[in-house]
Design a binder for this molecule. Sequence first.
Ligand code: BGC
Length: 511
Amino acid sequence: MTEQKQNRSLVIVIAAIASTGGLLFGFDTGVISGALPFLKESWDLTTGQQEIITTAVLVGAVIGALGSGRITDIVGRKKVILVTSIIFALGSILTGAASSMWFLAASRVILGIAIGISSFAVPLYISEISPVKARGALVSSFQLMITIGIVASYFSDLYFADESNPFSWRWMFYVGVFPAIILFTGMIFLPETPRFLIGKGKDEEGKKVLEKVEDPALVEEAFAKIKEEIALDQESVGFKELFSKTWRTPLFIAIGIMFVQQFVGINTVIYYAPTLFIIAGFEGARAAIVATISVGIVNVASTVVAMFLIDKIGRRKLYFIGVTGIMISLTALGMFFFMKDDLGDNLRWVIVGTVLIYIVFFAISLGPLGWLIISEIFPLKIRGVGMSVGALSNWFFNGIVAFTFLKLAWLFTDSGSGILKGTKEIIVDKAEALQYIATEFGNNAKNYKWDEVTHEIIETMPNPAGAFLLYAGIAIIGIIWGMKYIPETKGISLEQIEEHWRQGKAPNELK
Ligand code: BGC
């Protein structure tokens, strides 16, 4: 085996181990959908309480990303990932063992903290340890693992779901411990990144790692470049330095790409897929399972395609192809939902088809590119802080979209034209039913009605057409913004990118 091939296999192993952090990210965000129906039964949860449990992870992720960027720049990437894997394991055990709804919510915040930290520390680690030519594909393995984690959580929920045991959610949470153990054990054996080591003056150690991972012909040049850039940096001063004029452009790119990634509504599609498919006319629970799993699998498969393309055709091309496809499919989704009554039976197939096309375009562009680009554009000294701000924006925007999607959809829905989602509870006495609706749903009571004929409380869904058209509008903004701000970082070393900003050049001049 040539030395170069050997290096290649080693970096693939390194990336595979580190990206288990992505698996945990996907698994721990996805696991809740299958667990919720059981949790609801165990503790008789209201809709509000279910929302608290679901969003607790997002709150934790914001806290995790906010609090740990600077630490990553001080103690190193590897140590932070090691500690994060312990928090992951702890979070999984606590959520599985939770004795009350508040206990569970608090444990989900802890899990969220681990997700928030790993969402930037892992791509940062992989990016800094990767050889220039394969950096895009290797960092995208993080996104691949996120998508695999989402699908794994669906299958595992399905496996542990036991209709006769309302507490079967416990095992759904406990299994998260296993990938956390793999991450911890694997990371013990992995080196710290050469860039962090050299940045801390440990030249010999850093060079040794560089020799193991970089293309042998490029080791000397890479080492010299890293040293050169470090000599130009003043002592890092964290957040203050990040907001200085020189680094304002990368900061704007990081926040901007995360804004576009979340505001094209990816998670409304991922998490509401079952509901969308039921609206479109598929029958109940079976449809929900087929929908979620098919969306998940298409997401994984398209991410693999992206990994092959990202270092060949480059970041910018993928961005424009992807966001244009996203814009078109969102517009189509919006129009189909508007024409719902005219489309009749055909609706279900056009919705399934369009949702899957949307996922393909997301997975070849914004999915991997969001995390990849924020791992490439910051200078070494403040890379941890910079990336943590990118991750923080991601989770913050994710929270806003999750929180506003249904409200937004109601805003665009004429009264009476909401869509019947299904049966909630069966209560025979009308007075009791109305009382139930008022206490259970509070301000949202208008979305629920008492059906005289079937004696059921029925939840209605808003028509999401307007919301999807709005997200399509954001995709257009994303395309215009991207022309100026998406850099082509393919085949360019992190040090050359740093140098580019220092010279005050524009993002679209990078080639
Ligand atoms: C996004 C997540 C999303 C996932 C879907 C990630 O890049 O940050 O919000 O759920 O992709 O594959």
